[in-house]
Design a protein around this ligand. Structure first.
Ligand SMILES: Nc1ncnc2c1ncn2[C@@H]1O[C@H](COP(=O)(O)OP(=O)(O)OP(=O)(O)O)[C@@H](O)[C@H]1O
Ligand SMILES: [Mg+2]
Length: 142
């Protein structure tokens, strides 16, 4: 088992820092470029969601990224914010659903995350922030 936790300000300029730090944590596993790209994309989608939706792009608040790799090489990644949360998680996860149509978002973030993960759990309620828990078996990539 190996794990890390990173807490950073919910500013859009920190998205690259957090995403590349997450990927750097996995570097010793020598994963394929494809697997690294998939994980990087999941991290980007989750972090941007926390900044734009959770904290409504106010550029304040904290986001915590935690990653762990089990002895069986299963990755667990958790992205947490303490923002506005969601009333209806299932609706939010529906492909092409977005609460920001006017900002030309496609509503595909959760769908993309699900595509690149083995499982995705979204824990949220209105006013209670949001925690996403993704799992991905890395054995076949290493
Ligand atoms: N961390 C969060 N806090 C509050 N609401 C969220 C959070 N993440 C997602 N949501 C809600 O879930 C909806 C769907 O998210 P998703 O990432 O699938 O699409 P999007 O962000 O709207 O568009 P895209 O990711 O394609 O640019 C968002 O529009 C928002 O309403
Ligand atoms: Mg999104």
């Amino acid at each position: 088992m190996n794990s890390m936790t990173l807490t950073f300000d919910a500013k859009i300029e920190n998205e690259v820092f957090a995403r590349t730090s997450g990927v750097a944590f996995l570097m010793p596993l020598n994963l394929s470029t494809e697997a690294m790209m998939e994980i990087k994309t999941v991290l980007a989608e989750a972090i941007v969601n926390a900044i734009l939706h959770g904290y409504q792009n106010r550029q304040e608040g904290k986001i915590t990224l935690s990653m762990s790799i089990s002895d069986e090489k299963e990755l667990t990644l958790i992205v947490e914010d303490d923002g506005v949360g969601m009333e209806d998680v299932l609706l939010a996860m529906t492909p092409m659903y977005t609460s920001c149509k006017e900002q030309e978002r496609s509503g595909m973030g959760f769908t993309i995350m699900e595509t690149f993960l083995d499982s995705l759990e979204v824990q949220s309620a209105a006013g209670e922030g949001c925690r996403i828990i993704g799992k991905k078996q890395l054995k076949q990539y290493g």
